[in-house]
Design a protein around this ligand. Structure first.
Ligand code: PBG
Length: 317
């Protein structure tokens, strides 16, 4: 009876698995994200193989760039031999049917850790010059074979500009998943450890271009703008603390909505589980089901592989 009347189900089709790559061979566990590692490309391929075997359809690849290769302009982001492009090429060559999502933002590549170029005074991110660079970054990623480019920078006007650049470059089929509603959140902390994009204490914060957690109407405005500029998928991030926002954006959008269960949401469950304070597996499943129930069509989550493998064991969930 429970099964017949269940209103929400989480399936493997709902999940996108974020993965971190680095230049080294082998894996280095991210200390603030138990079970998550920065991987060399070989190891990334082995992870994708496991994901595909468990039925996962999509991965999102994030590069961790060595400090010596970063500069204030994030120059490396525009080179098609950079780490993320090499990783995408390797994954698509082995797993052509696995959907690959790549982040369009400069933070892994800038020495200051910001998502864009700073203005001359270094007091803020410069919107318009950043948008130009992001278009170039989206193009090198599309050329490398990325199926979905995901601008996560929060600059205004970037979705339309990226759409135009992709179309102009013959990449009409490359989709845009816009991080439309991205809050200035403490829950990104472990991710910044993972990719080494910590913004210095004395530097300007990211709150200048990420959203105030207090606002919902602004979220609807951001989502509508990106949809109007041609976003194929709208994202809300973080997910768990913003289920009301997921619900409202899903109700207002004509395009599918993704929610990102971010690093801090993952790590707090893992940490409590380690301490013996929570049943980690139940908390994991409940947190993901809640995001789905709120209206997300897809979820980016570091739990993707373990959930997919468990669903596969249970015969599809
Ligand atoms: C930045 C980006 C961030 C995440 C994905 N892309 C973090 C940030 O704004 O510093 C966070 C994801 C997570 O916390 O899991 N381009």
């Amino acid at each position: 009876m429970r099964g017949l009347v269940r209103e929400t189900r989480l399936g493997v089709d709902d999940l996108i698995w974020p993965l971190f790559v680095h230049e080294l061979d082998g894996d280095v566990e991210v200390s603030s994200m138990p079970g998550v590692a920065r991987m060399g490309i070989d190891s990334l391929l082995r992870s994708c193989e496991r994901g595909v075997a468990a039925g996962l359809r999509a991965v999102a690849i994030f590069p961790s760039i060595e400090a010596g290769l970063k500069d204030a302009e994030g120059t490396l982001a525009l080179r098609d031999d950079n780490l993320v492009c090499r990783a995408v090429r390797a994954v698509k060559a082995r797993f052509p049917d696995l959907l690959v999502v790549t982040d369009v933002a400069l933070d892994p590549f800038t020495s200051h850790g910001h998502d864009g170029l700073l203005n001359a005074a270094g007091t803020d991110v410069d919107n318009d010059s950043t948008v130009e660079v992001l278009c170039g970054q989206a193009l090198v990623q599309a050329r490398a074979g990325s199926d979905v480019v995901a601008p996560s920078d929060m600059m205004d006007g970037r979705v339309g500009a990226i759409r135009e650049a992709l179309d102009g470059g013959g990449h009409e089929g490359t989709a845009i998943m816009a991080y439309s509603v991205k809050y200035a959140s403490a829950f990104y902390g472990p991710f910044r450890d993972a990719v080494g994009s910590k913004v210095g204490k004395d530097a300007i914060g990211k709150a200048g271009y990420q959203m105030d957690p207090a606002n919902v109407r602004e979220a609807l405005r951001e989502a509508a703008l990106d949809e109007g500029e041609g976003a194929d998928i709208i994202m809300v991030k973080p997910a768990g603390p913003y289920l009301d926002v997921v619900r409202e954006v899903a109700a207002a959008s004509a395009v599918p909505v993704a929610a990102y269960q971010v690093s801090g949401e993952y790590s707090q469950i893992k940490a409590a589980e380690r301490l013996g304070w929570l049943d980690g597996l139940r908390a994991r499943d409940e947190s993901l089901l809640a995001i789905k129930r709120a209206g997300a069509d897809m979820i980016l989550t570091y739990f993707a592989l373990e959930v997919a493998e468990e669903l596969a064991r249970r015969g599809g969930g």
